[in-house]
Design a protein around this ligand. Structure first.
Ligand SMILES: Nc1ncnc2c1ncn2[C@@H]1O[C@H](COP(=O)(O)OP(=O)(O)OP(=O)(O)O)[C@@H](O)[C@H]1O
Ligand SMILES: [Mg+2]
Length: 260
């Protein structure tokens, strides 16, 4: 069976995720096309990580289907997983291994072998050419994040899933990460990311979904969502300095109460 050629790299249909009595994801459907950066936004506990975990096959959905690069993640999990690169909400690697060892280890897991030149090229790409002998545990948060993204994309996956990839990064590191995310898009691959930064969503995402209490409550380009809601009284009421932003729309749609 050949690989299915299709525009939608990811198709999520009527996804439900449950932990015991907690229904974390309800009736979630969305798609992501080739060459698209898709943002999943929502307050704490909204169901973002649960949605990603079901797509990644780390947890099994109660119902619904997920198709990655044409492969059903339950019926054809091996092919589906091979098409994905996954970065978890907090990723840590063996702190005693150095950067070169970690890159070689994970390349090996994907059946790739890195020669000296390829390793150097990869280190250059993530601006860590001087740090190849540094232990992972000695790197700064931003440097660790760069290593982590390099590993996530080491096998050139069609779909890259990033759970809060820029949390805790300084503005320079964040911009650099955005560029790397955009270069994934330029190769024709697709990215799904979660973020709490509306600025980030506006800057990098082609389309977003806002998820709250496990349900998708809005989907579109950031600009379309702003334009659609700019005259809502709730949006105007929360806007600051007279300019309507994606954050105003987000707060008006999800409410201003802090989540437990
Ligand atoms: N392993 C688990 N067992 C039980 N409940 C869980 C588990 N993981 C998540 N939940 C619950 O499921 C809901 C969704 O959690 P999830 O981690 O998907 O939210 P999130 O949108 O990623 O939040 P955050 O922005 O804080 O990362 C929450 O009510 C959470 O408490
Ligand atoms: Mg989460």
């Amino acid at each position: 069976m050949g690989e299915v050629q299709q525009k939608n790299i990811l198709q999520v249909e009527d996804l439900h995720v449950q932990y015991g009595q907690v229904q974390a994801v309800k009736n979630v459907s969305f798609y992501v096309e080739q060459g698209e950066i898709f943002g999943l936004l929502g307050p704490n506990g909204a169901g973002k990580t649960s949605t990603l975990s079901a797509i990644e096959g780390l947890i099994r959905q109660q119902s619904g289907t997920v198709t990655v690069a044409g492969y059903d993640t339950l019926k054809d999990s091996r092919h589906a997983r091979a098409a994905m690169g996954v970065q978890l909400q907090s990723t840590s690697f063996q702190p005693e291994l150095n950067v070169a060892e970690i890159l070689e280890l994970y390349a090996g897991i994907y059946g790739l072998s890195l020669n000296k030149q390829q390793l150097q090229a990869l280190l250059n790409e993530i601006n860590l050419s001087d740090a190849e002998n540094k232990k992972f545990g000695q790197l700064s948060g931003g440097q660790q994040q760069r290593v982590s993204l390099a590993i996530t994309t080491i096998h050139d996956p069609k779909l890259v899933l990033l759970d809060e990839p820029t949390s805790g990064l300084d503005p320079q590191s964040r911009r650099q990460l955005w560029s790397r995310i955009e270069s994934i898009r330029e190769k024709g691959n697709a990215v799904v990311l979660t973020t709490h930064s509306m600025e980030e969503a506006e800057a990098v995402c082609d389309r977003i979904s806002i998820i709250d209490h496990g349900r998708i409550i809005a989907t579109g380009t950031p600009q379309i969502l702003i334009d659609k809601h700019r005259n809502d009284p709730d949006v105007i009421a929360v806007s600051r300095r007279g300019k309507i932003t994606l954050e105003d729309v987000f707060i008006a749609l999800t409410g201003s109460a802090i989540r437990a």
